[in-house]
Design a protein around this ligand. Structure first.
Ligand code: SF4
Length: 254
């Protein structure tokens, strides 16, 4: 960690009113994942060896009685990382604040940056169709407004590039707090950036998808990011993503 990042960390925690800091027990995260590779309902095809974890970039610190409103206020006009320089609007997240299911994507694109809302472009429309279409087919009364949707980073990376590790680490603090404030029954990680942030692994979505993982004590289903599914040659991936979503919806809402 560079001095610059350390300084940003400390000022972030000072903003939260945190006065005492302790060294994080990083290995505990690894053990937790390694000991609990499979959670949620058993399924025949869900047995997979656990991902090789590295340290999750989400820090383990949050104020007690945290709320989404408080987190939004703490973000303020955030410039804690370089992504703050080029954004139009911070995309905090949207949906039911007491959602039983949270979707975590990578970061805002151009449409999201304009509107300040997550997943409103083409990929977002596909995600809405997937959530509502799958729920309808499976007889689960659910609309997009019933779930919560957010991203690992809250500002649009230039040229829609993948967020860099330090950006994920700095902004991941807000994601951590959002998840701890909502405490959903399950999380759906959309794509490799969300996987890295939540599970701390570099293993690919193709290998992890369809199988239950864990973030702290919350089951995580990994699946493809909707923007990947929009590519015309990914029809198989589309079918797999629908299957993943079916598993999540039944686990959360049955
Ligand atoms: S990406 Fe996150 S940490 Fe970086 S400026 Fe935006 S809100 Fe702040």
């Amino acid at each position: 960690m560079t001095d610059d990042i350390l300084r940003q960390y400390l000022s972030f925690y000072r903003d939260l009113g945190v006065k005492n800091l302790y060294r994080a027990a990083a290995p505990a995260v690894q053990e937790e994942i390694a000991e609990s590779p499979q959670v949620g309902p058993p399924a025949q095809n869900s047995v997979v060896s656990p991902p090789k974890p590295v340290r999750s970039p989400l820090p383990e610190l949050h104020p007690s009685d945290d709320t989404l409103v408080q987190i939004g206020q703490d973000i303020g006009d955030c410039k804690r990382c370089r992504l703050g320089e080029g954004r139009k609007k911070i995309v905090f997240g949207s949906g039911n604040e007491q959602a039983r299911l949270v979707f975590v994507g990578e970061g805002p694109g151009a449409d999201e940056d304009e509107q300040g809302l997550p997943f409103v472009g083409r990929a977002g429309q596909l995600l809405t169709q997937m959530i509502e279409g799958t729920a309808h087919k499976e007889g689960i009364p659910l609309s997009r407004a019933d779930v919560y949707i957010c991203n690992v980073v809250k500002c649009r990376p230039p040229e829609n590039r993948t967020p860099l590790p330090d950006e994920m680490e700095i902004c991941g603090q807000f994601l951590y707090r959002q998840l701890m404030a909502i405490r959903p029954k399950a999380i759906c990680a959309l794509g490799s950036t969300a996987v890295k942030a939540l599970l701390g692994t570099k293993e690919g979505v193709t290998r992890l998808r369809g199988h239950w993982q864990k973030w702290r004590d919350i089951p995580v289903m990994v699946t493809y990011h909707p923007s990947y599914l929009l590519r015309p040659y990914n029809q198989n991936a589309k079918k797999e993503a629908w299957e993943d979503l079916k598993k999540v919806l039944h686990y959360v809402y049955d």
